[in-house]
Write a protein that binds this ligand. Structure first.
Ligand SMILES: NC(=O)N[C@@H](O)C(=O)O
Ligand code: NI
Length: 163
């Protein structure tokens, strides 16, 4: 498998097999803080398999499209959420599992304000900002057990912008 993959806009439906999309859409679930804040409640399933969940900050180098995808990884012990701390779009690459290795990847470009939560064990590309600052809050499992499996592709894919 190799070739070009066109990135598509990120939607909850398209991303559902891989994870959750966090976004502010429609009316909030709750109005709080004396009516000055809308709470969009419980948008993602944090799964740490009984381990401890932590919040980290990632400061990642921006990349450009077309993007050369050489590796996908997964975290067998827990989910991983990427919440941008800027309003820039970023690139999200995921893939189904195909007997223990990644199947054909699917690429998305977020809209400003969207975040993602990868389900436990989902194959994904590493955090890929498209603009500086590549600053993200990351919610994932904290522990000493091995929680990172990498798969290097024999032939890279080229991720392109939507035509
Ligand atoms: N390794 C690490 O903490 N980051 C990756 O998991 C990633 O998805 O970017
Ligand atoms: Ni990861």
């Amino acid at each position: 498998m190799s070739g070009e993959i066109a990135a598509q806009p990120l939607t909850p439906a398209a991303f559902a097999p891989f994870g959750d999309v966090l976004q502010v859409v429609g009316l909030p679930d709750r109005i709080i803080n004396q009516g000055l804040c809308g709470r969009y409640h419980d948008l993602a399933r944090i799964d740490t398999g009984g381990g401890r969940a932590g919040i980290s900050l990632f400061s990642a180098e921006p990349r450009r499209l077309p993007y050369r995808l050489e590796m996908l990884e997964r975290h067998p012990l827990g989910s991983q959420a990427f919440l941008p701390m800027s309003l820039h779009p970023f690139l999200v690459i995921v893939a189904p599992d195909d007997s223990g290795v990644p199947g054909r990847p699917v690429a998305f470009v977020t809209t400003p304000g969207q975040g993602i939560n990868l389900h436990r064990g989902t194959w994904h590309g590493v955090l890929t900002p498209l603009h500086a600052p590549g600053l993200f809050a990351v919610v994932d499992r904290i522990g000493t057990e091995a929680n990172l499996e990498e798969h290097w592709l024999a032939t890279p894919f080229i991720i392109t912008a939507r035509p």
